[in-house]
Design a protein around this ligand. Structure first.
Ligand code: SAH
Length: 326
């Protein structure tokens, strides 16, 4: 039995069935706390781990907004769920090229991943959530595959929230004819971020997999060792994610005072940001890597790969310029 299974079973025995959101929160906290799940030897691969081009273009996008806003104040680089710190390293290198060297604030709850990040980004400061981010100076924020890991509620028609029991040696979710999901946890983070952008200036780029409009259905899934797995089995040993509802995030951001742009598919966004030129210049500098670079670009942008399912949503402070590539 995994420690997370033990805790969840104890809780259900004491309090009765728990919500899907509670199950997901507990399972993912345990999952991320003890491991680095990224890369070929782990459970899944993310865009920044596929190629440096991804983080570099994120850095260029943020720096461009800051430059066109008139280089205001001490801008900070903020990342939510920075994984191995790869995206931050690539983005910061690209930012330095434009004369921007922001201090780093990382929102990360996993002790194992904080250690990995500290090895590469020793000057960073860490936060448990967005509430403790510094309250002055513009925030240049990025979140890649962060929101998909936050808990979702699953609701039956009529609004009954689905729960999870432990029966006959396994976790079982309530039956429902139809399932609708929402993620109050994600909306709370976006509202807090948008309010900060409105008050302090700045912009945010949210990249994740999901749908443009609210979709019906059960999107909760588990991934382990690069394959789909049963989300209700062995909690804490597999990554639980759900599709991100970009329209809901954009609405929440607007209500909290920010402007929202997109979502746009990751492939279109990377193309508009000039990934083709970046790939060409990398290949010119390292001709022996030409094929590998082309393959990485294809994986990030092709509709049949990550290009369409993954989407980018931009948030900006009200007085800031319109973002590039939206
Ligand atoms: N952005 C990275 C990692 C994605 S994995 C990349 O693209 O490679 C999800 C990341 O979010 C991990 O760093 C994980 O530890 C972090 N995370 C998950 N739930 C979190 C939460 N509730 N609060 C803060 N960080 C969280």
């Amino acid at each position: 039995m995994t420690p997370a299974e033990d805790r969840l079973r104890g809780r259900i025995a004491a309090e009765g069935p728990i919500t899907v959101a509670e199950f997901m929160a507990e399972a993912n906290a345990a999952y991320y706390a003890g491991r680095d799940p990224l890369g070929a030897g782990g459970d899944f691969v993310t865009a920044p781990e596929i190629s440096q081009m991804f983080g570099e273009l994120v850095g260029v996008w943020l720096a461009d907004l800051w430059l066109r806003a008139g280089r205001p104040g001490t801008a900070r680089y903020v990342e939510l769920g920075p994984g191995r710190g790869t995206l931050a390293e690539d983005a910061l290198r690209a930012m330095r090229g434009t004369g921007l060297e922001p201090p780093l604030d990382l929102v990360e709850t996993s002790p194992a991943l904080r250690r990995a990040q500290a090895g590469r980004l020793p000057a960073a400061r860490w936060h448990e959530d967005v509430s403790t981010l510094p309250d002055s100076g513009p925030l240049l924020v990025v979140a890649n595959e962060f929101f998909d890991a936050l808990p979702v509620r699953q609701l039956a028609p009529g609004g009954r929230e689905l729960r999870v029991r432990f029966d006959d040696g396994r976790f079982v979710r309530d039956q429902a004819d139809e399932i609708v999901e929402d993620s109050p946890a994600s909306l709370a983070v976006v509202r807090a971020l948008a309010a900060r952008l409105a008050a302090q200036g700045g912009a945010a780029l949210i990249v994740d997999y999901g749908h443009e409009r609210p979709a019906r259905g059960d999107t909760l899934q588990a991934v382990r060792g690069h394959a789909f797995a049963d989300p209700w089995e062995a909690p804490g040993t597999r990554d639980l994610t759900a599709h991100v509802d970009f329209a809901a995030l954009a609405d929440a951001a607007r209500e909290a005072g920010a402007r929202a742009f997109g979502p746009r598919s990751q492939g279109e966004w990377l193309d508009a940001m000039g990934i083709q030129l970046r790939a060409a210049s990398l290949a010119k500098a390292a001709p022996e890597r030409t094929e590998e670079i082309a393959a990485a670009r294809e994986r990030l942008t092709a509709p049949a790969q990550m290009g369409r399912l993954f989407k980018a949503l931009a948030l900006t402070a009200p007085g800031w310029p319109e973002p590039e590539a939206f």
